[in-house]
Design a protein around this ligand. Structure first.
Ligand SMILES: Cc1cc2nc3c(=O)[nH]c(=O)nc-3n(C[C@H](O)[C@H](O)[C@H](O)COP(=O)(O)OP(=O)(O)OC[C@H]3O[C@@H](n4cnc5c(N)ncnc54)[C@H](O)[C@@H]3O)c2cc1C
Ligand code: FES
Length: 554
């Protein structure tokens, strides 16, 4: 959160509030000790936690209560109401939590006459409601982090993580959060500490977010948590028999457990001039900084590739008033993933913001001033951005002899074909219980959650990766959240108005519901996630094939 003084709203919860004003299953925003506090009631329990999501600061009172958790409506982080712990990424840090005290009406009257906190009957959190009962938010409680534990027999003493991105970082953090006291070494080819990649094409490029918002954690964080982070290093080989990895400079690191989280690499455009200095790719923080530096002086940009990255870059460059042309081989934007309606809508959205599209074609060359299209047409450009897709970075895994299938094949515990070697993030192809298929996705939240699950399994938990995939995109003031996975679908049903910026699109295959995309219907997106989770839980319990009918979320 920023240093600015947080604006408080709602009642001062330290002064007490009528229990009847928080019906079962509802939340109420208030404040305590100068901080925004969310009061939530579940049956006979009342909880008080910080009201601001630690990911990007969403107001949690607009999220979804589910059991003893609250889910954030923006990017689906999940917090424990009992402890404030960030149970699911993308939030990595907990919210605060407070002790809640309940007084029956008679006691309150009594207390009104003669109140001292110690004499007051205390029912922390638990309530048996009577008319006029009051709940108070009392002192802030300690964070839920578990203390460092001595290494138990059978726990791996040294974990090496190859990759300093979403999955690698989340895994290292989770190991420490779980009290792991062994050695953690994180080896990253990136020159910077793990960064918020989604920010690179959005806030950072458009200029609304500063460079300080890019690192996920500071250098000190890794030191404080004894995570031995090596930046700018390339792991070249894995010797699975000797249980060690080797770097390009010949240094070796032995491991007891290895996590491969090498992510994906941009596909390079193989045309003359694609290596000129004004031609950019966007994957690393260094790429992002170079692109921002160029955008500060550019007047006319050509973006080659019209998928999520290309379109987000287009929107961000328009925010800087740069003339933007987008070149793509498709004729309808994002048609395969989102369908023609959304594709046509996106095209109009961008055109309304001044973007010119050149679809159904490719670039054949670029020089210092222009990009030439297949038709021979030349587009003037002093900035070129190439976003024609990524490939999973699996060369290390291939060299190590791991099973490969358009990614690193892992089981439900994210363990590869070689025991003790795990894989997470953009490289991992895992058995998805919703579709019953092995899938691989390139989503930030999935990569972080896989890193967290892999950490648990490195600690011997045998925890299945049963999360529902989620991603989001932002272009201008348009935001879309997508829950589930529909690589192929045969029916897309739109409820609501796409043009009006208020709709949900459900993707089906063979009568089976596979994914839901929402536009400004955040709660509906969260409910879809819960609904899919229940399907997965049923499938996991019965190990059955997925059926289309899912129980509605409450
Ligand atoms: C600009 C941009 C915007 C995005 N926006 C979104 C979005 O809005 N929503 C969304 O869901 N997803 C988004 N994504 C995708 C998301 O960032 C990725 O899915 C996620 O980063 C994958 O995490 P990962 O840990 O698998 O890989 P990465 O985060 O790519 O990390 C891979 C790490 O491995 C390291 N590495 C690779 N090979 C080696 C080696 N041999 N030796 C040492 N280190 C190595 C790399 O240096 C890097 O540190 C975006 C991606 C980009 C680039
Ligand atoms: S702001 Fe809450 S998950 Fe992103």
């Amino acid at each position: 959160m920023s240093e600015e003084k947080t604006k408080l709203s709602g009642p001062d919860l330290t002064e007490g509030i009528e229990l009847s004003s928080i019906p079962d299953g509802t939340m109420l925003l208030g404040h305590a000790q100068g901080e925004p506090v969310l009061l939530a009631r579940r049956a006979n329990e009342v909880f008080a936690i910080g009201a601001i999501c630690t990911h990007y600061g969403a107001p949690l009172e607009q999220g979804l209560l589910d059991g003893d958790t609250v889910r954030c409506q923006w990017h689906h982080a999940c917090f424990s109401l009992r402890t404030g712990e960030a149970l699911c990424a993308p939030a990595l840090s907990p919210v605060s939590h407070w002790r809640v005290e309940h007084q029956h009406r008679a006691e309150v009257h009594d207390v009104a006459r003669q109140f001292t906190p110690l004499e007051t009957p205390v029912r922390s959190g638990h309530v048996q409601e009577e008319s006029g009962d009051i709940v108070y938010v009392r002192e802030k409680l300690e964070s839920a982090s578990r203390p460092s534990q001595p290494l138990a027999a059978g726990i791996r003493a040294t974990v090496v993580i190859v990759g300093g991105g979403a999955a690698g970082n989340a895994a290292a953090e989770m190991l420490r959060r779980e009290g792991y006291s062994g050695r953690i070494t994180m080896l990253s080819a990136d020159e910077s500490v793990p960064c918020d990649r989604p920010n690179l094409s959005k806030g950072f490029l458009s200029g609304t977010a500063s460079d300080e918002t890019n690192p996920l954690r500071s250098q000190e964080f890794y030191k404080d948590h004894q995570i031995d982070l090596h930046l700018g290093v390339h792991v070249t080989t894995i010797d699975a028999a000797a249980k060690q990895v080797q770097l390009a400079d010949g240094t070796c690191h032995a491991y007891d457990a290895l996590l491969l989280a090498t992510g994906a690499e941009p596909v390079h455009l193989d045309v003359p001039g694609a290596d000129l200095p004004h031609v950019h790719y966007l994957r690393t923080l260094a790429d992002g900084r170079a692109l921002v530096a160029r955008a500060l002086v550019a007047k006319r940009a050509v973006i080659i590739g019209a998928s999520f990255i290309g379109l987000e870059v287009a929107a961000s460059l328009r925010a800087r008033d740069i003339e933007v042309h987008v070149v793509g081989t498709e004729t309808v934007l994002m048609e395969k993933v989102l369908g023609p309606e959304v594709g046509n809508f996106l095209r109009k959205l961008h055109e309304d913001h001044g973007v010119t599209f050149h679809l159904g074609t490719t670039a054949t060359m670029t020089d210092k001033q222009s990009v030439t299209l297949k038709s021979g047409e030349r587009l003037q450009a002093d900035l070129v951005v190439i976003g024609i897709g990524v490939r999973p970075a699996i060369s290390l895994a291939e060299q190590a002899g791991l099973a490969i299938d358009r990614g690193v094949v892992v089981n439900e515990y994210l363990e590869s074909s070689i025991p003790g070697i795990f894989a997470a993030g953009d490289i991992a192809r895992w058995p998805d219980r919703l579709t019953g298929e092995r899938i691989r996705v390139e989503h930030w939240v999935v990569a972080e959650r896989q890193g967290q699950t892999a950490a648990h399994n490195i600690l011997g938990r045998r925890e299945r990766f049963d999360y529902v995939p989620f991603f989001w995109t932002e272009q201008y003031d348009f935001g879309l959240g997508y829950v589930g996975h529909a690589e192929h679908w045969d029916k897309a049903e739109i409820a609501g108005s796409l043009e009006g910026g208020d709709c949900a699109i459900t993707y089906w295959r063979g009568g089976r519901k596979l994914a839901v995309a929402v536009v400004h219907r955040d709660l509906e997106g969260l409910r879809a996630e819960v609904e899919f989770e229940r399907v997965i839980a049923r499938n996991s319990a019965g190990d059955r094939t997925v059926k289309s009918t899912a129980a509605p979320a409450q």
